[in-house]
Design a protein around this ligand. Structure first.
Ligand code: V1D
Ligand code: CA
Length: 423
């Protein structure tokens, strides 16, 4: 067995049944399509497949406020009219609509990420994949960017129980603002986001000069890019920045958000990556041999997201898969070529070599400020929760030395779920 050879994969067959509403770009069905392709490529043979055990609402208040989580539990399409002020306060609306089963959906995607972090904490696996997760925009009391519960933040908090330093890498087209904000003042989490940044681009934050605060100063890294990024320019800047982050931060766990909205032709996108180019970055992160939690994220072209995440599932297991797609339940989506790999377009790349070098040198200047091995003090800056009063007092975030086996993990051991191997 090679390094990082144990790969766990979380999937719930209900995920594809949730619907954000007509015309909304976020389609949980893409996760079902991905799973179907993974199974039809035979990749389940290389994975330990789990159906997530549902986490409690209280466990979400380790980051989110009690009143926000209670509201998400109660709100439904048939009682919305009675809660207009709260809908506005918590930012539910066009981007983050109220739909049937909203809280169940949040629980499903969050449970995969938290269950995965728990498996890594228990050293039961080297890599965990949860394609339903990666909602990086929600804030403590606010839905944002098609996400309601920030599973990335919750999973990082879980990993911090057993790991001294967690590196969060965000490949989504959009800035990972919710995760950055949550850990802006701690040096135990380094956040690195690559994103499109120009006038009108959501969410608008993520300037290279935003670097963190107090203890967290220099531990938030932003790589803003212009339209039309191609494989070569993305790979170049990604590899330089991540190699340096690994060197100076020396993480003992990595969370990789694999938003697929950077692919060429994405409905909300403006980058020009191929599936191979996107996958190469995932492979690069894996090559450091550090336990990894791999999450989904954005991705709005139904035919390309499953291609990308299936290819990356294969890369993470070390399997080669053929370009010709196997027959699967959604075969008609992949015409007319029925191939795994996509051809980028001829759109122009607005990122000149000078621009890329400038951003790279700005980021390298930040890394130079960091001492080689950072301290262990954590400052999350979060308010104390009533439902979960341990938050912010050190209970949730305390790092235990590896020799300590007192089992503070919240969730029970996952049961492998062979029934889910069926597509
Ligand atoms: F096009 C739409 C149709 C229906 C509902 C929403 C949209 C839409 C497209 N783009 N909404 C957006 C972005 N919203 C705005 C709003 C204007 N307001 C001031 C904000 O520009 C939101 C884009 C969300 C991106 C989410 C994500 O890709 O980062 C993601 N990552 O993981 C999961 C999702
Ligand atoms: Ca990003």
């Amino acid at each position: 067995m090679g390094p990082l050879s144990r790969v766990s994969y979380f999937y719930d067959p209900e995920i594809g049944n949730y619907h954000f509403g007509l015309g909304h770009p976020m389609k949980p069905h893409r996760v079902r399509m991905t799973h179907n392709l993974v199974v039809n490529y035979g990749l389940y043979r290389k994975l330990q497949v789990f159906r997530p055990r549902l986490v409690s609402p209280v466990s979400m208040t380790r980051f989110h406020s009690d009143d926000y989580i209670n509201f998400l539990r109660r709100i439904a399409p048939d009682n919305m009219q009675e809660h207009i002020p709260q809908l506005q306060r918590f930012n539910l609306g066009e981007d983050c609509p109220v739909f049937d089963g909203l809280f169940d959906y949040c629980q499903l995607y969050t449970s995969g990420s938290l269950g995965g972090a728990d498996r890594i904490n228990q050293n039961l696996t080297d890599i965990v994949i949860n394609w339903a997760g990666g909602m990086h925009n929600p804030k403590a009391s606010e839905a944002s960017g098609f996400g309601y519960v920030n599973d990335c933040v919750l999973a990082i908090l879980e990993l911090l129980k057993k790991h001294k330093r967690v590196l969060y890498i965000d490949m989504d087209l959009h800035h990972g603002d919710g995760v950055e904000e949550a850990f802006f003042s701690t040096n135990r989490v380094m956040t690195v986001s690559f994103h499109a940044k120009f006038a009108g681009m959501f969410p608008g934050s993520g300037d290279a000069s935003d670097i963190g605060y107090k203890e967290g100063k220099n531990y938030a890294i932003n790589v803003p890019l212009e339209e039309g990024v191609d494989d070569d320019s993305y790979r170049g800047i990604f590899q330089s920045v991540i190699a340096k982050a690994m060197e100076v931060f020396a993480p003992d766990a990595v969370v990789l958000q694999c938003g697929a909205n950077t692919l060429s032709g994405d409905r909300l996108g403006c980058f020009n990556l191929s599936v191979r180019g996107h996958g190469e970055c995932v492979k690069f992160v894996k090559s450091f041999g550090i336990p990894m939690l791999v999450l989904g994220g954005g991705g709005y072209s139904l035919r390309n997201v499953p291609r990308c995440w299936t290819y990356e599932t294969a890369l993470l297991t070390g399997e080669e898969i053929k370009d010709e797609l196997p027959f699967n339940d959604y075969f008609e989506y992949y015409g007319p070529d029925y191939r795994l790999h996509i051809r980028p377009s001829n759109m122009s790349n607005q990122n000149t070599t000078e621009h890329l070098n400038k951003i790279k040198s700005q980021v390298m200047d930040i890394f130079r400020e960091i001492e080689a091995v950072p301290g262990t003090q954590i400052q999350t800056g979060q308010v104390q929760s009533q439902l979960n009063p341990g938050f912010g007092t050190g209970t949730g975030e305390s790092y235990e030395e590896p020799s300590n086996e007192d089992g503070t993990a919240v969730s029970a051991v996952q049961q492998e779920h062979p029934a889910e191997l069926a597509a």
